[in-house]
Design a protein around this ligand. Structure first.
Ligand code: THU
Length: 132
């Protein structure tokens, strides 16, 4: 599977990053079950804890437009290295992931690695646990 387009979209999202405090810009792009793409960026706040990560911005855009499942999410942060999603974002991804959801870490349009949720969040607490 070629995720270069999704990684490009994450770079586009990154351009809008509002990160005046950390200067750490992050972009994300969510691919939905029907092929739509939603981009996101991190949005910081003078009250630091109110900051929203790029992944959650993109995911919340997709979910608020009626989507239920994330096919893939691309994340780009620092240039020339891979930026993994933070713990909170991993948890939010898990809420909308299927067994096939891919997490794409990009450091260039054609330079990315593909992970599964189980690799980056083993033993996740999910809605299935609430049914026990
Ligand atoms: N950040 C993200 O947008 N995604 C992550 O998964 C890691 C952290 C942002 C939050 C904050 O604006 C900046 O990176 C530094 O933590």
């Amino acid at each position: 599977m070629d995720y270069s387009n999704l990684v490009s979209k994450a770079f586009e999202g990154r351009k809008n990053a509002y990160a005046p405090y950390s200067n750490f810009k992050v972009g994300a792009a969510v691919l939905t079950e029907d092929g739509k793409i939603y981009t996101g960026c991190n949005i910081e706040n003078a009250s630091y804890g109110a900051t929203n990560c790029a992944e959650r911005t993109a995911i919340f855009k997709a979910i608020s437009e009626g989507h239920k499942t994330i096919e893939a999410i691309a994340i780009v942060g620092v240039i020339n290295d891979y930026t993994y999603p933070c713990g909170i974002c991993r948890q939010v991804i898990s809420e909308f992931a299927s067994d096939n959801t891919k997490i794409i870490l990009g450091k260039g349009k054609n330079e990315y690695i593909v992970k599964t949720l189980d690799e980056i969040l083993p033993g996740a607490f999910t809605k299935k646990d609430l049914e026990k």
